[in-house]
Design a protein around this ligand. Structure first.
Ligand code: B4P
Length: 190
């Protein structure tokens, strides 16, 4: 199985590049951001709870997102592999993911981290906010999301680096250029 963690700060292009990767590598795409937004849209109890947290630019509690991912892994027994997009975002989430995969006799293959300077990220997300309708795509909330990222999410890169699974790629350029850089990492494995 190819199990890829796509990593990076808010707006780095994780969701965008995931669309390219799933087309070529036939992986199941698991985006915790998309799953949470679908819950919000459907007006479920989880959605109502998560909306407040997301709108403030904070992270939803670990136990909630870990359970969501566990359910999705179980729901895809035939998967040839997964792209984890926006998950794990904390070290406890990374540890839980290792355990979930180990229970299925598999493991994370590698993490690809998209490197993009903060000014570029702010400008991408504020621009997306003009049309996305996302309450978290405004400059004030985007800055709070960066703070959460720096404090809670960046250590996840160190976690995978310690396992020799971290690959950083330049996340600035055309979508095709960036995808080419990701493919060159994945060519080590498939
Ligand atoms: P996510 O949905 O994961 O969102 P993201 O960080 O905004 O986006 P991404 O990196 O995927 O960027 P995209 O491709 O869309 O999380 C949202 C919230 O959900 C979090 O703040 C948190 O509250 C909650 N959450 C999610 N997962 C969680 C977890 N595991 N634990 C706790 N809480 C969790 O690209 C952004 C924009 O840039 C787009 O407009 C795109 O068109 C543009 N773009 C992409 N690539 C570009 C390029 N190369 N050049 C120019 N523009 C580009």
């Amino acid at each position: 199985m190819l199990n890829l963690v796509l990593f990076g700060p808010p707006g780095a292009g994780k969701g965008t590049q995931s669309e390219y990767i799933i087309g070529d590598y036939k992986l199941v795409h698991l985006s915790t951001g998309n799953i949470l937004r679908a819950e919000v849209e459907a007006g479920t109890e989880l959605g109502k709870y998560a909306k407040q947290i997301m709108d403030e630019g904070k992270l939803v509690p670990d136990e909630v997102v870990i359970q969501m991912i566990s359910n999705k892994i179980d729901a895809n027994p035939q998967a040839q592999g997964f792209i984890f997009d926006g998950f794990p975002r904390t070290t406890p989430q990374a540890q839980a993911l290792d355990e979930l995969l180990s229970n299925k006799s598999t493991a994370i293959t590698c993490m690809v981290s998209l490197d993009v300077p903060e000014d570029e990220l702010v400008s991408r997300l504020v621009k997306r906010g003009e049309t996305s309708g996302r309450a978290d795509d405004n400059e004030g909330t985007v800055r709070k999301r960066f703070k959460e990222y720096t404090e809670k999410t960046l250590p996840v890169a160190t976690y995978y680096q310690a396992q020799n699974k971290l690959f950083s790629v330049d996340g600035v350029g055309s979508l095709d250029e960036i995808y080419g850089r990701i493919k060159s990492v994945l060519s080590r494995y498939v």
